[in-house]
Design a protein around this ligand. Structure first.
Ligand code: SF4
Ligand code: SF4
Length: 351
């Protein structure tokens, strides 16, 4: 089975997780979660898999490597915005969903009585905690997991199952022999490179991420007007941020980083690729046109409001005055966030 699955997977029994839960609640208490109500509301559920599948006995976690290519140069002469690695092809939730369905089909043929419930950001469970406990990686200072096959370039999904742990783990591909060395203790490269200075270290040595200062949140989940003093954090990034992964030694080939893995699960007709022309984004006039362009990709998460707002910010950051007429039009956009961001950008571009 493993030969035709472009991923690694491991299993963990559904034991109490009080240590991980305490750590999560301590992070919430520090108000580093950008006041996202979903994160406080889900605190009681994050480590309670039995709430989502009565009789659950094990969790199978999968790590799907992202298609990684050498960082491409920006297209010459075309003002463009950079897209985070994970969002350059098909929406990874769909790719992981396809992978999980393949695993379920295989396991169901062997264990017809077992019940499976797949999840990939669809349940409030702590995917990272369970993946770590299943042996798929160790926690890195960047807040991500790192393993010896893919570095930090992978995404997670899982299956709740009524299969006993021993059977669920029977086919699991343990990474215990290929764990990378623990190098974060003597490294701060990601924390120092982070534009928002959003990575810090808890007294126990674990990572603490200030979500409100992280560009991955600011550029995607946040849908408000971004204060102009924070525009510098974006640089040329129009959707997400990879800086803490780009600089991380875990992703260097000699440590097992995944440079060069490609697979069809991420193929998409609507794939944005690494760079999007800013003029194309600024010219998207409504939600329908936005969905036609980006359906099936992770960029849908930002919605038109977020992506056009980000394109305006990147236009101003790059002083792309050739796009001034598009920015001027957007000052009259029916979306108040886009219109206000365009007004701020126009005043900057005129200076
Ligand atoms: S950059 Fe250094 S400190 Fe940060 S996750 Fe990678 S190895 Fe750890
Ligand atoms: S994604 Fe970017 S902003 Fe967020 S922690 Fe990493 S480097 Fe910092």
């Amino acid at each position: 089975m493993q030969a035709d699955i472009p991923a690694i997977w491991g299993a963990v029994p559904t034991l109490p997780n009080s240590g991980a839960e305490q750590k999560y609640r301590a992070w919430l208490a520090l108000s580093l979660h950008a006041n996202m109500p979903c994160l406080t509301k889900s605190a009681d559920l994050k480590f309670a898999p039995e709430r989502f599948l009565p009789g659950v006995q094990a969790i199978i976690m999968c790590a799907l490597p992202l298609p990684v290519a050498a960082h491409p140069p920006a297209p010459p002469g075309v003002p463009s915005g950079l897209v985070a690695l994970y969002a350059r092809g098909r929406d990874y939730h769909r790719a992981v969903g396809a992978l999980l369905r393949r695993i379920i089909r295989t396991l169901r043929a062997r264990y017809p009585e077992a019940i499976f419930r797949p999840f990939c950001d669809t349940l409030p469970l702590s995917e990272r905690t369970y993946a770590m406990q299943a042996g798929l990686g160790r926690p890195a200072r960047s807040g991500l997991l790192a393993n010896g096959l893919y570095g930090t370039h992978f995404v997670l999904g899982g299956l709740l199952t009524t299969l006993p742990f021993a059977e669920a783990a029977g086919d699991a591909h343990s990474l215990l022999d290929s764990k990378p060395p623990h190098i974060c203790a003597h490294c701060r490269v990601c924390a120092d490179a982070c534009p928002g200075r959003s990575l810090s270290t808890a007294p126990d040595g674990s990572c603490m991420l200030d979500v409100s200062r992280c560009l991955a949140w600011l550029s995607i989940e946040n849908k408000d007007v971004i204060p102009i003093q924070n525009w510098v954090l974006f640089g040329e990034r129009i959707f997400g941020c990879d800086i803490c992964q780009d600089v991380c030694p875990y992703n260097a080939p000699q440590l097992g980083g995944s440079g060069g893995i490609h697979h069809a699960l991420f193929d998409s007709d609507h794939a944005p690729g690494a760079y999007l022309p800013l003029a194309e984004i600024l010219a998207i006039r409504d939600d329908t046109a936005f969905a036609q362009r980006f359906s099936g990709t992770a960029l849908m998460r930002a919605k038109r409001r977020g992506l056009v707002r980000n394109a305006i910010i990147v236009t101003a950051n790059g002083r792309h005055t050739s796009l001034m007429s598009l920015i001027s039009d957007l000052q009259r956009d029916p979306d108040p966030v886009i219109a206000e961001t365009a007004r701020l950008a126009a005043s900057l571009l005129r200076q």
